[in-house]
Design a protein around this ligand. Structure first.
Ligand code: GLN
Length: 541
């Protein structure tokens, strides 16, 4: 019988429910259990693909092409669970499915209502994950307890224990225990209120994970236990981690959360094997090198917009025992102040993906600077397209070269709409999405980094390298280092006469883990370390 863990959040948003859920998943896997993970989001968009990263952070893409919440990135980085379309549902998706059923007449004349029709639909998507190959399904409920919009989800998970047995379900509530300076103490009242709301709905949490900046003392824990109706040992402290998010699972483990879960479910499991995680922290604490890397994009001030990029850079640092100072830089500032002023002193440049014209010329300038100065460079998606634009304009002499995304009347549309996109009008879920194979050129930097010539990487784009310009750009020195298997789409461009200049149409950041850094990020960090060590580079021409 598959067990269900439901993770809810209270008091405030941004408590790190995703990280906590992922950490629990990781700890259960470390004890040999087979885990599946899922997030239910209360907003009405069918998926986050149509939302601005300003609103909701990055859109995380899965192998199967679904555009999902960024918390799924934590799940993939922390666990080996296979994520699919079934791993992320929104209110919009649930309603869409119920309304489609109603239009097909599947409700046989009944009035269609939130309870039971919407809640049944929610229960179905949760129970769907329970199968013979799964010991535990972890379902994270987005939003904060008390929000109107998350009510149907809470009602649905209240009902699931009635269907599958209370003994097979566990409710973990993540809450905040703030420290009030004026009073000089931690305050448990918000937690009491938030658990109060859950209990009104009919959910009695089994475990409370308390986010706090100071240690909870026995008195605090006793008070929380008494007022929230849980055993003392089920009040777990999750102290703020200033050093690294990779401390979270280890801290939860030292608070014995895995023990509590196993005991609650009457499961026996081997001791946790956490050697790899201790090694990650050991490496983070004992770096052998130090480099600084600039990330030039449109959302410099908003870290969640490039979440997986920053994580992947960290993984490269862990892999190469290098401490990174990663500095987001707004591409519009480069337009105004110049690349020379803002990028001098960095050891590498990353230009991530994006949409829309704002800041494009700043990205092109930044890449030109990296190209001309031998600054190690990784371009991703729009970053790759900007690298092609710079090369076309400033090396191949194609004046006015641009992407048709930004200039439809460019005399040299070196980046153009993918053929398959020409008749697409709907915005949601219609890009070239998900895992696609690519073949790497022998002897390329990419082949050296991956150590293989066949790779599979995740995509999310509508525009591509215009093949009509392939011969001209190659003749001018651009290296086509990777294409799709039939050689019709360019997936990677590089420069030969440069320490490390690699730009990819796909998103390597969605396949990097702290325990297995993505080869391109690891290679970028290596190049940055070499640059930092001072090997001066002079262009041949
Ligand atoms: N806007 C570009 C395209 O649609 C790049 C997309 C991206 O960077 N994800 O092709």
């Amino acid at each position: 019988m598959t067990k269900h863990i439901f993770v809810t959040g209270g008091v405030v948003s941004s408590l790190g429910k995703g990280l906590t859920s992922a950490s629990i998943g990781m700890l259960l896997e470390a004890r040999g259990l087979r885990v599946k993970m899922q997030k239910l989001d209360p907003y009405i968009n069918v998926d986050p693909g149509t939302m601005s990263p300003f609103q909701h952070g990055e859109v995380y893409v899965l192998d199967d092409g679904s555009e999902t919440d960024l918390d799924l990135g934590h799940y993939e980085r922390f666990t080996s669970t296979l994520l699919t379309r079934d791993s992320n549902y929104t209110t919009g998706q649930i309603y869409l499915s119920v309304i489609n059923k109603e239009r097909r007449g599947e409700f046989l004349g009944k009035t269609v209502q939130v309870i039971p029709h919407i809640t049944n639909e929610i229960k179905e998507v949760v129970k769907k994950l329970a199968d013979d190959e799964t010991d535990v399904v972890i379902t994270e409920i987005g939003g904060t307890v008390g929000d109107i919009e998350s009510l149907p989800f809470l009602e649905a998970i209240r009902q699931i224990p009635i269907d599958v047995g209370r003994e097979n379900c566990m409710f973990i509530h993540l809450t905040l225990v703030p420290y009030l300076k004026a009073a000089g103490e931690l305050k448990t009242k918000p937690t009491q209120h938030s658990v109060g709301i859950l209990r009104q709905i009919g959910i009695q949490p089994d475990v409370l994970v308390c986010r706090t900046e100071r240690a909870l003392d026995v008195g605090d824990r006793e008070k929380i236990a008494l007022f929230c109706n849980v055993p003392l040992e089920s009040v777990i402290e999750e102290r703020d981690k200033d050093f690294s998010i990779y401390e979270v699972p280890l801290s939860l483990q030292s608070n014995r959360i895995d023990e509590l879960i196993l005991r609650r479910f009457h499961l026996t499991a081997k001791a946790a094997d956490l050697e790899q995680w201790h090694e990650i922290l050991h490496r983070l604490r004992n770096p052998e090198h130090e480099v600084s890397i600039a990330v030039v994009g449109k959302y410099a001030e908003h870290r969640d917009a490039y979440k997986s990029i920053y994580e992947s850079l960290d993984h490269g640092g862990i892999d190469r025992r290098t401490q990174l100072r990663v500095q987001p830089i707004n591409s519009e500032d480069i337009e105004e102040e110049g690349a020379e002023r803002l990028l001098a002193g960095f050891d590498a440049l990353v230009v991530p993906g994006g949409f829309g014209e704002r800041g494009i010329e700043g990205k092109v300038k930044a890449i030109r600077f990296a190209r001309e100065r031998g600054l190690p460079f990784l371009g991703i998606c729009l970053g790759m397209q900007c690298a092609v634009i710079d090369f076309a304009r400033n090396v191949a002499g194609l004046e006015g070269a641009h992407s048709t995304e930004f200039d439809r009347s460019s005399p040299h549309p070196v980046i153009c709409l993918l053929e398959e996109q020409k008749d697409v009008t709907d915005k949601g879920g219609t890009m070239r999405l998900g895992a696609q194979p690519a073949v790497l050129a022998a002897g390329s930097r990419s082949e050296q980094a991956y150590g293989t010539r066949e790779v599979s990487e995740r995509h999310r784009h509508r525009y591509e390298f215009n093949s009509n310009y392939r011969a001209r750009l190659e003749a001018a020195g651009l290296v086509i280092a990777g294409t799709n298997p039939d050689d019709s789409l360019v997936e990677i461009v590089e420069l030969a006469d440069h320490p490390w200049f690699v730009a990819v149409q796909f998103h390597p950041e969605f396949k990097s883990k702290p325990t297995a850094a993505h080869p391109l990020f690891a290679a970028l960090v290596t190049a940055a370390v070499e640059r930092h060590a001072g090997s001066a580079w002079v262009a041949e021409s």
